[in-house]
Structures are given as structure tokens and as C-alpha cells.
Ligand binder design. Structure first.
Ligand code: NAD
Length: 457
């Protein structure tokens, strides 16, 4: 009943046209920014209780991105909401042509658990910035963060405008019974298919932000020390529970030994105490189900470094596996944890072939100083987005649309791309009365045909 009433309320509210006023939207974004700041301690506490995420990591990988996006929308929503003039052409002289961005209506945002604030709230505020109403369904797995978002949003916003519905599969399926004007989903490929099918019943447009195995190429001419430093940070941030984390490494055989040593050195430097025990900046695995799944992936015959685990604490230390091949169990599905398999290659073309035989990944990274080889990889492999000589950081540039391709997703967001994702561009031809040719009207003639051809060809 709660869901039914909320949906009816949002439909009515959207139809009142209040969200179409850009000043209204900016006021709501400013209000939300203020509320978030006032409740930061609540947010930090909840996420720490859920999976031991420190204030530092929460700020750097969740809240800073959220604040950046809110401020970006506060600054640019007016400009992005204006009609855009486009050329008209002779055939319609003396008309004008333009596109009017308009909100889609009532939107549903479904979040994933691994960055519970960022992955729920960035799409939600993007939708609000574009002038929609939002129902947000965060992941139920980090229950404290889900509760914190529900309490903060539902006490400060009318449910007719912005509302959190908590729950898991059952509640999501109930929501999906209704017709939304847009569904934005972040999560697994398997659930993405369920969402897509449910949306199809209503012909609702979807954005699906999914996952997959993101390869990382390490070529022989790279700066080994810097490569290891950046990869260790990106892989073990959030304990590897990151959709765009380097899932596995493809390293040139000639530098494999040196690169492995550099990785070990970096883990020892960046995670001094993690090797033995849990440190403040190192997360737990989200639940025992995932802990057990990951532990099984640590093949002790291939263990190069790490491999310490503690089930009670849901702790897995940064772990490196070497001598891994594409046939190994760890290479079959997205890892989504702090285990980094190293696959060495002797022929880059063969390595590319193996990557291309799999579903298109969400991200791909290449570490090299050889621009020709970099260009080759960028041309030959299809993937959502990525970085050269870095990992993950492409997400922090809101001028780079973020999303997958093929099985890693449909559509994208961040910055203007997000605004467009939650907007419809209404195409308008605008004509005055003072001029009209008779060319298109009957009776037709050869002469008219000739002139039309001359004008339009
Ligand atoms: P998930 O698919 O299990 O859950 C995502 C959401 O769907 C949750 O809100 C959950 O409550 C809901 N859900 C779960 N089962 C459902 C069902 N049967 N019917 C309807 N709804 C259901 O994903 P997850 O475990 O939260 O996240 C991990 C996956 O998400 C990984 O594959 C990861 O790569 C991907 N991911 C992608 C991105 C991205 O931006 N592309 C970001 C984070 C995570």
C-alpha cells in the first residue's frame, strides 16, 4: 500500500509541473547538500558498522563524488535545461529548429551495495537535477546505510517528490509492477536481466550499470614501480569490491617477476598492518556468503602473496595469485574481492584475442609508454571506459560518461551525460506565417519536382 500511494503521489506531483522549474530543482539540490553535510557523522557511522569502511575511504570514494556532482548540477542545470538551437535547412525556410530538454517523469533508482551512498545517491540527485521525481531503492545488504539514507531523505523530503523504499528482491519486484518513466539500475548482470524484462512490459527506458571482469594490461615498457602503486590502490580500495577494479592482470612475461615483486612491495607499503590483521582503512567483505565464495577462489598452489583470512571478521588480506591461466576458476566470473590473479603473456595479439573472446568489460586499463601499443589496445578491445597508466580514476572526471557496453551495461551517467540520461529532448520545428511556397502542395508538376530536387539533394 505504501508503494502504491507513493507512486500515485509522485505521478500527481510531477503532473503539477513544479519540478519543471529549474530554480526549484536547484533549491532542492542545495537543500540536499546541506542535509548531507549535517548528517555526515550518521553516514560515516552506518557504513563503518556495515563493512568497516573508514571515514577517509568513505569521503574519498563516496561523499566527495556525490558533493562534486551536486555542485556540478547546481552550477549547470540552468544552462543544460535551456533549449538548444539546431540548423533548419532550406526545406523549412524561414523556420527555426530547437531541442527542449524535459524531465521524463517518475523515476526509479535501484542501488548496489558496494558503494552504497555513491551508487544510490548520484543517480538519484542526477534525476532530480533533470526535473524528475525519484523513488530510490538502495541495496538491503548494507542495512545500516540503507536505513540512514531512508531516514535522512524521508524526513526531509515529501514522498511525492523524493522517497526511499527499503528492501530486497521482493520490494524491488513489487516496485517493478508499476510503470515508471525511467529505471536506473546498478548491480549484477543476472538481476539486470530481471529489471530489463520487467521494464519491457511497460516499455520503460532503462539504464543498466552492470559488472564484469575488467582486464589490466601491463606492457614491458611501463614504469613498473608506479604501475604497481596505482594498481594496488585501485584493486584493494573497498577490499576489491569495486565494479571497475582491475579484475585481473595481463603482464608481459619479460617483466612478470619484477612486477610481482613491485606489487608485493606496494601492498606492504600501502597496507602495512593488513597483511597480518585488520587495519582501519581496509574493509570487510560485505557478508559471509561472499567471504566463502572468495575464500574458495584462493588456490594455494598459485598463491604468491597474502591469502590471510578470518571468517568471523569477514576479512581477506590483499592477495596475489600467479601462474594463472584463462582456464582457472578465478578467471570465470567477476572476482569482486581482494584477490588479484596475474596472467602472463608472450604475445600481445594472443592476449587481446583471449580478452575479446569474453563479454565486453566495464573497464580496461593499460600501463605502457608505447603510444602505438596503447592505440592498438584502445582500437581492438571494446569496453565501457578506462584509463591509460591509471585505474578507476576515470570515474572522478564527470566530463567522462560512465557506463558499460554489451553485457557490462546499457547507457551512462555522471555530469551532463547523467542529465541527458534522465531527460527527453523534445524536437521542435517553429515556423512563422509570413512565408509559404506552394512546392509541396498538389497539384504536383515536373517543374516543382525539379526545384524540390535542387533544394533537397
Ligand atoms: P545485485 O544485482 O545483487 O543487487 C542490485 C540491486 O538489485 C539491489 O538493490 C538488490 O536489492 C536488487 N535485487 C537483488 N536481487 C534481485 C531480484 N531477484 N529481483 C529484483 N531485484 C533484486 O548486485 P550487487 O550484489 O548489489 O552488486 C554487485 C554487482 O553490481 C557486481 O556485478 C558489480 O560489478 C555490479 N556493479 C556495477 C556498478 C556499475 O556502476 N556499473 C557499480 C557497482 C556494482
Amino acid at each position: 500500500m505504501e508503494i502504491k500511494n507513493t507512486i500515485a503521489g509522485q505521478q500527481e506531483y510531477f503532473n503539477s509541473n513544479q519540478t519543471k522549474d529549474v530554480d526549484f530543482r536547484i533549491r532542492q539540490l542545495k537543500k540536499f547538500n546541506k542535509i548531507l553535510k549535517e548528517n555526515e557523522e550518521v553516514l560515516y557511522k552506518a557504513i563503518y558498522e556495515d563493512f568497516g569502511k573508514s571515514k577517509f575511504e568513505t569521503y574519498v570514494s563516496e561523499l566527495s563524488l556525490l558533493y562534486h556532482e551536486i555542485n556540478n548540477f547546481i552550477k549547470n542545470s540552468k544552462k543544460w535545461s535551456q533549449r538548444k538551437k539546431v540548423p533548419t535547412g532550406f526545406a523549412n525556410f524561414p523556420a527555426k529548429s530547437y531541442l527542449i530538454p524535459e524531465p521524463l517523469g517518475m523515476t526509479l533508482v535501484i542501488g548496489a551495495w558496494n558503494y552504497p551512498y555513491q551508487l544510490s545517491l548520484v543517480p538519484a540527485i542526477t534525476s532530480l537535477a533533470a526535473g524528475n521525481t525519484v523513488i530510490l531503492k538502495p541495496s538491503e545488504l548494507p542495512s545500516k546505510t540503507s536505513r540512514a539514507m531512508a531516514q535522512i531523505i524521508n524526513t526531509h523530503f515529501s514522498s511525492d517528490y523524493f522517497h526511499v523504499v527499503e528492501g530486497g528482491a521482493e520490494e524491488t519486484l513489487e516496485l517493478l509492477e508499476y510503470r515508471f518513466d525511467k529505471i536506473f539500475f546498478t548491480g549484477s548482470i543476472a538481476v539486470g536481466k530481471i529489471i530489463y524484462q520487467a521494464a519491457a512490459k511497460h516499455l520503460t527506458p532503462v539504464t543498466l550499470e552492470l559488472g564484469g571482469k575488467s582486464p589490466t594490461f601491463v606492457l614491458p615498457d611501463t614504469n613498473i614501480k608506479m604501475t604497481a602503486k596505482r594498481i594496488v590502490w585501485a584493486k584493494f580500495l573497498n577490499s576489491g569490491q569495486t565494479c571497475v577494479a582491475p579484475d585481473y592482470i595481463l603482464v608481459d612475461k619479460s617483466i612478470e617477476a619484477k612486477f610481482l615483486q613491485a606489487l608485493k612491495h606496494e601492498i606492504e607499503t600501502q597496507h602495512k598492518s593488513t597483511a597480518k590483521n585488520i587495519e582501519e582503512n581496509y574493509l570487510r567483505i560485505i557478508n559471509t556468503h561472499n567471504f566463502d565464495r572468495l575464500k574458495k577462489q584462493i588456490d594455494t598452489n598459485k598463491l604468491y602473496f597474502g591469502g590471510k583470512t578470518n571468517r568471523e571478521e569477514r576479512f581477506i588480506s590483499p592477495t596475489i595469485l600467479h601462474n594463472v591461466s584463462f582456464e582457472d576458476a578465478i578467471m570465470q566470473d567477476e572476482i569482486f574481492g581482494p584477490i588479484l590473479p596475474i596472467v602472463s603473456y608472450t604475445n600481445l595479439d594472443e592476449a587481446i584475442k583471449l580478452v575479446k573472446a569474453r563479454p565486453k568489460p566495464l573497464a580496461c586499463y593499460v600501463y605502457s609508454k608505447n603510444r602505438k601499443k596503447i592505440a592498438k589496445l584502445l582500437k581492438e578491445i571494446s569496453f565501457g571506459g578506462g584509463a591509460i597508466n591509471d585505474s578507476l580514476m576515470h570515474l572522478s572526471n564527470s566530463n567522462l560518461p560512465f557506463g558499460g557496453v554489451g553485457l557490462s551495461g546499457i547507457g551512462n551517467y555522471h555530469g551532463k551525460a547523467g542529465f541527458d540520461t534522465f531527460s527527453h529532448y523534445k524536437s521542435i520545428l517553429d515556423k512563422p506565417f509570413w512565408f509559404e511556397t506552394n512546392l509541396k502542395y498538389a497539384p504536383y508538376s515536373k517543374k516543382k519536382m525539379k526545384i524540390i530536387k535542387w533544394l533537397l539533394d
